[in-house]
Design a protein around this ligand. Structure first.
Ligand code: BMA
Length: 336
């Protein structure tokens, strides 16, 4: 794909390790995984399903919002900073959001954050407890110190709200996965638009689970993962897919290409997974057999991508790949 164009900020020093010699898969794991252990904070039971972005501040080059469940097993969000994207200084105190109508701003719980740079602000979306039910919270920051909370995007029940990194047709755009109050035995990805990040509508279906016979790892539910990456071949969306085994849900991830101006139109979608739980730290933990991607860093010039993913709802791992190879693989194993 000689003419492939990848959008985004240059990140020549992003975390990176070459594919191990002879390794045949499209994505490979960082050799020192997991990069964040479960008990890195004095109060943490687990740190996983977390989001990072390039952000310069003092000695730091990256910032992130981390899902830290504490030892009461309360789901909390904490800010972290990193020099190299691998070693993270995560605040002991959890994030306090400011400015929302107390009706939605009263903290209940928060988990599975995503972070996107849109204009000169960084927006956090997360699964936000509203009256005890899951929906999508939104807040913005410019310094990763003060976070200004907006209205929840949707009615409960919803999870996996992921903003696009630019407006599409003059409107903000978000993917989400309507759900239920529990461990949701279904999951489709929807697209919604907003003129102001407060009122959301024009909802469109993007993707349903696959047919079992075609691609079983994603036949129970699918949900958007990291912020989509704009390329000349379409938006590259890494998404999680779930199937049910006799031991419960199993979470793997794959990729899809979405139309640039009408992202609810899927151009191609991987039949084979990019990464599935196979390592001990992905298969053993609070929830076994989960690889759950929430963020990427990428460098447009080299095509390198690093995927941050939660492992077994316990620790955080990193996997690497090349965007041109992932796009080629998506087309080659396309199930549409
Ligand atoms: C989903 C979310 C994720 C979690 C996954 C596997 O419904 O709760 O936070 O990683 O289940 O337990």
């Amino acid at each position: 794909m000689n003419n492939l164009k990848i959008m985004g900020e240059a990140l020549p020093d992003m975390p990176w390790e070459e594919r191990p010699a002879g390794y045949r898969h499209i994505m490979w794991r960082y050799s020192a995984n997991p990069i964040i252990e479960r008990d890195q904070l004095s109060t943490s039971n687990s740190i996983f399903n977390s989001a990072v972005v390039p952000f310069r501040k003092g000695k730091y080059n990256y910032a992130g919002v981390f899902r830290c469940d504490d030892t009461n097993i309360r789901m909390r969000l904490h800010v972290g900073f990193s020099v190299d994207g691998l070693n993270w200084d995560i605040a002991e105190e959890d994030v306090r959001f400011e400015g929302a109508d107390p009706e939605v701003g009263t903290w209940v719980y928060g988990y599975d954050p995503r972070v996107v740079k849109l204009g000169d602000k960084y927006y956090v979306t997360w699964c936000n407890g509203y009256c005890g039910e899951p929906t999508i919270g939104i807040a913005w920051t410019t310094d990763f110190e003060t976070f200004h909370q907006l209205e929840n995007a949707f009615l409960p029940y919803n999870r996996n709200g992921v903003l696009f990194p630019r407006k599409i047709g003059d409107r903000y755009a978000m993917l989400s996965r309507p759900s239920d109050r529990g461990h949701t035995p279904f999951g489709d990805i929807y697209y919604s638009e907003s003129p102001d990040l407060e009122f959301w509508g024009r909802h469109r279906l993007v993707m349903r689970p696959s047919q079992f016979e075609k691609s079983a790892w994603q036949c129970t539910k699918v949900g958007a993962g990291p912020v989509p990456i704009e390329t000349s071949e379409g938006w590259l969306l890494i998404y999680h897919g779930v199937h049910q085994t006799c031991n419960g849900f199993n979470y793997s991830f794959g990729a899809a290409l979405l139309d640039l101006e009408q992202p609810w139109k899927v151009l191609a979608r991987t039949g084979a997974y990019l990464l599935a739980p196979t390592e001990t730290y992905e298969c053993m933990g609070d929830v076994p057999n989960v690889t759950f991607p929430c963020a990427t860093l990428h460098d447009p010039a080299t095509g390198r991508i690093a995927v941050y993913y939660g492992c077994a709802d316990t620790v955080t791992g990193l996997a690497f790949g090349y965007i041109p190879e992932i796009i080629e693989f998506t087309k080659k194993t396309n199930i549409l």
